[in-house]
Design a protein around this ligand. Structure first.
Ligand SMILES: [Fe+2]
Ligand SMILES: [Fe+2]
Length: 301
């Protein structure tokens, strides 16, 4: 698109019933938290009270989250560019909140690392080849492709890696693991508060990805195959990273031989991630029964 042909709000109005518009409304209402307002003073005390082996149990997840949030902050813009280019006004409006939210997520983790005194540590040692395949390569590759190619295939692949795998499988599993380990132990209330906010934001982000892929997959087997093949391809790497975290947890569990509040169940992350993978697939799979995007829209309104 070089020139505008017409304007939606001049010839008509915003589609207030559009699911993307509804996400935008939700984001304005409930996405109002400020990472700078979170009190990390108890987290600082908690961190100081832990022994080295206990502290280390938090680091792989923090490392994966910090890089993950930074990556999605840096890589979201091409999606907005593609939606704007296609004249998808409601999608573009919603994405303005999305970009801002990812920036806040990045800020939240960085502030926490600063507060507990680990900001100087290089945590990239926890980024395995499988982690790098997703976050260093597949994510920017698929997203940046949208700058020059906004075909259905390119959009499906971008939303698959960004919304389904990074957010829908890995981030969701990470929040769950964090809560299981630290909420139960009564540690890090500030970080857990931040994670609760993040989790709500991510729910909308994932929903954006689901709608985006669903409308392209309805009535189109070829598009379904693009989604299905790509999520399966990425799942190999996601699973590999989850297995690595599981092995680390097993080792840490053995090191904590004394009485500790930190209780790690190494199998939990794995089980949760597998469940997320299946849920994501089924959300897309179930729209195959519609013959067209119009039929899907009629059924979901
Ligand atoms: Fe995020
Ligand atoms: Fe997100």
């Amino acid at each position: 698109m070089v020139h505008h042909e017409s304007f939606q709000t001049v010839t008509g109005s915003i589609n207030w019933d559009d699911p993307m518009y509804k996400l935008y409304e939700k984001a304005k209402k409930i996405g109002k938290w400020n990472p700078a307002d979170i009190d990390f003073s108890q987290d600082v005390k908690d961190f100081q009270s832990l022994r080295d082996e206990e502290r280390i149990s938090a680091l792989p997840l923090i490392s994966a989250f910090s890089a993950g949030e930074e990556a999605v902050t840096l890589d979201i813009l091409p999606m907005m560019h593609a939606m704007a280019n296609q004249g998808r006004l409601e999608d573009t409006m919603y994405l303005t909140t999305f970009v801002h939210e990812e920036a806040k997520h990045t800020e939240m983790f960085s502030r926490w690392q600063e507060a507990v005194g680990i900001a100087h540590m290089d945590l990239s040692v926890f980024h395995t080849d499988s982690y790098k395949r997703i976050f260093y390569e597949a994510l920017p590759e698929s997203m940046n492709r949208l700058l020059t190619d906004d075909s259905p295939e390119a959009v499906i692949r971008a939303a698959t890696v960004y919304n389904m795998v990074v957010e829908g499988i890995l981030a969701e599993s990470g929040y769950n693991a964090f809560r299981e380990i630290f909420k139960k132990a009564g540690f890090f209330p500030g970080l857990l508060e931040g994670i609760d906010y993040l989790n709500m934001d991510e729910g909308r982000h994932i929903q954006f990805g689901i709608y985006t892929i669903q409308r392209l997959v309805a009535g189109n087997d070829e598009h379904y195959k693009i989604f299905n093949d790509y999520i399966d391809e990425l799942w190999v790497h996601a699973k590999d990273f989850v297995n690595y975290l599981t092995q680390l947890s097993e080792q840490q569990e053995k090191l904590i031989t004394y009485e500790s509040k930190i209780n790690i169940d190494p199998t939990l992350l794995k089980q949760f991630a597998e469940r997320q993978y299946k849920i994501r697939k089924s959300k897309i799979d179930r729209v195959r029964k519609y013959d067209s995007v119009e039929e899907l829209e009629k059924a979901t309104q």
